[in-house]
Design a protein around this ligand. Structure first.
Ligand code: ADP
Length: 485
């Protein structure tokens, strides 16, 4: 099939090792399909345990000279990677839409977002500063230096095929670490295109490797390695728990970005225009397949019907289709399991008394398309109250008081993102503090950028990515106690 890329070499059916590209051959391989059309896009090699062990050893060798560079030297190389990502934004977006399904404009937006992490952390690499402490003993000088933690592993999901990689590789490489990446099976080509540009930017061979293949075998080799000192994972809570267990044997440092169950609250004093725009942006971006998508939408009883009608008429305007077709606003879901989960949540809600106001089923467009859906008359015993749908289903719950809705919003094992809409200043501060979440959007449904610390509390994960804090996870503190006389 023709990909129509300006730089056809960005599309690699291979994996990226320290020894160079290993092209897909007659051996074990993974097929990658376009979720919009079902068409085969290509294959990547299926690596396993032995290849991962070899890649880790190569990463350790490559890391030494990389860590020995000055922060300024690493910054210059990472800056070139950033510039190349932007220079090839259109091609990278096209590859992403083909394998992931999101509309081209959204894919371009993600490439810009992905590049912003490389830009940010290239700048941060110059600011890895130590400390000189005030010593309680006049004969001792006390110093703290920061050093790269060691070889890092990253396991990333398919919903943001580029940004979840750069958010980890950016700080790792800026800190002087080497990274072994295993991207999601359904979206390896975006990761490999990042690899082409990494080499072009001058990132030395072995500092950034991309291993495609069997998640269990690669994951186990990464987790059980003594050499890998840190694992950064974004994905489901279930897989996160397993990886945490597997890392216990080597007491690895972990960053986990897991599931969410985001509440979005519209108070009676909200600006309704802002609230509706926030619901649409937060709930339906990437057809609901982000871990910060609103999962439970709480609307005050006094404005419930008004907001419901506004949401239904706005969602009815969405144009579902192939992300490469101009004018399409929403693409397919990633696979059949994702569609089944959305179906299951709708069926469960309707069986328990919800009213289906729009959508509710798989679309005639294809097996992975699910109609954007709005449900009203929701209650807290429905599945969607406790489980993340990860699909284009907007369930509207009714509430009467602030105290009640904050308690319901916090009634979950998750704590990633929350949103609320109000024009009251005192309520803004009170509710922002009361919500047990790592991130809170106030009068907005879009909160992610490279400058802010992204991450969750409770079972939504460990650590923060992005921001000036993001690099700390890739550094170790070393305390030096210097006897001066
Ligand atoms: P989803 O169910 O949405 O695909 P996962 O958490 O399974 O979410 O996937 C996120 C990433 O985790 C992907 O790169 C996937 O290949 C990887 N993964 C899944 N299972 C394992 C495992 N047992 N060990 C290591 N990685 C895994």
């Amino acid at each position: 099939m023709s990909l129509s890329l300006q730089r056809p070499d960005l599309f690699r059916q291979a994996c990226l090792l320290a020894t160079g590209w290993q092209e897909v051959g007659d051996g074990p391989r993974i097929a990658v399909h376009n979720p919009a059309t079902g068409e085969l896009i290509g294959h990547v090699p299926e690596l396993g345990h032995a290849e991962t062990v070899a890649a880790i050893a190569a990463a350790e060798r490559a890391m030494k000279p990389w860590a020995a560079l000055t922060g300024k030297q690493r910054a210059a190389i990472l800056r070139r990677w950033y510039e190349l990502l932007l220079a090839h934004q259109d091609d990278l977006a096209r590859i992403m839409t083909l394998e992931q399904g999101k509309p081209l404009a959204e894919a371009k937006g993600e490439v810009g977002y992905a590049a912003s992490f490389i830009e940010w952390f290239s700048e941060e690499s110059k600011r890895i500063d130590g400390e000189i402490l005030q010593s309680p003993n006049a004969a001792q000088q006390l110093l703290v230096i920061k050093q790269p933690i060691g070889v890092c592993a990253a396991i990333t999901p398919w919903n943001f095929p580029a940004a979840m990689i750069t958010r980890k590789a950016g700080p790792a490489l800026a800190a002087g670490c080497a990274m072994v990446l295993k991207p999601a099976e359904s979206t390896p080509f975006s990761a490999l295109a990042l690899g082409v540009l990494a080499l072009e930017a001058g990132i030395p061979a072995g500092v950034f490797q991309v291993l495609t293949g069997d998640p269990k075998a690669i994951g186990q080799a990464l987790c059980e390695s003594d050499t890998v000192r840190k694992l950064s994972f974004t994905g489901s809570t279930q897989t996160g728990r397993l990886l945490m267990q597997q890392c216990s044997g080597t007491v690895k440092k972990l960053s986990l970005e897991l599931g969410g169950n985001a509440p979005l609250i519209v108070f009676e004093d909200a600006d309704i225009d802002k609230a509706v725009a926030g619901i649409l942006a937060s709930k339906f971006r990437n057809v609901g397949q982000t871990c910060v998508c609103a999962n439970r939408i709480y609307v005050h009883a006094s404005i419930y019907e008004q907001v419901a009608e506004r949401v239904v008429s706005a969602v009815a305007q969405f144009k579902l289709g192939n992300g490469l077709t101009p004018g399409v606003t929403h693409g397919p879901m990633i696979n059949a399991a994702a569609v089944r989960k959305a179906q299951q949540h709708v069926a469960d809600a309707v069986a328990k008394g919800a009213q289906l106001r729009l959508g509710g089923q798989q679309s005639a467009m294809g097996p992975y398309f699910f109609e954007p859906t709005v449900l009203t008359n929701m209650s807290d015993d429905m599945l969607v109250h406790s489980e993340e749908t990860f699909g284009p289903v907007a369930p509207l719950f009714r509430f009467d008081s602030e105290e009640e809705v904050v308690a319901r919003a916090n009634d979950t094992i998750f704590g990633l993102a929350a949103y609320f809409f109000t024009e009251s200043q005192s309520r803004t501060w009170r509710v922002a503090k009361a919500l047990e979440y790592g991130m809170v959007g106030i009068n907005t449904g879009l909160i992610s950028n490279e400058v802010a610390p992204f991450g969750g509390v409770k079972q939504s994960g460990l650590g923060r990515e992005g921001s000036k804090h993001g690099i700390e996870d890739y550094l170790e503190l070393k305390y030096l106690c210097l006897q001066t006389d």
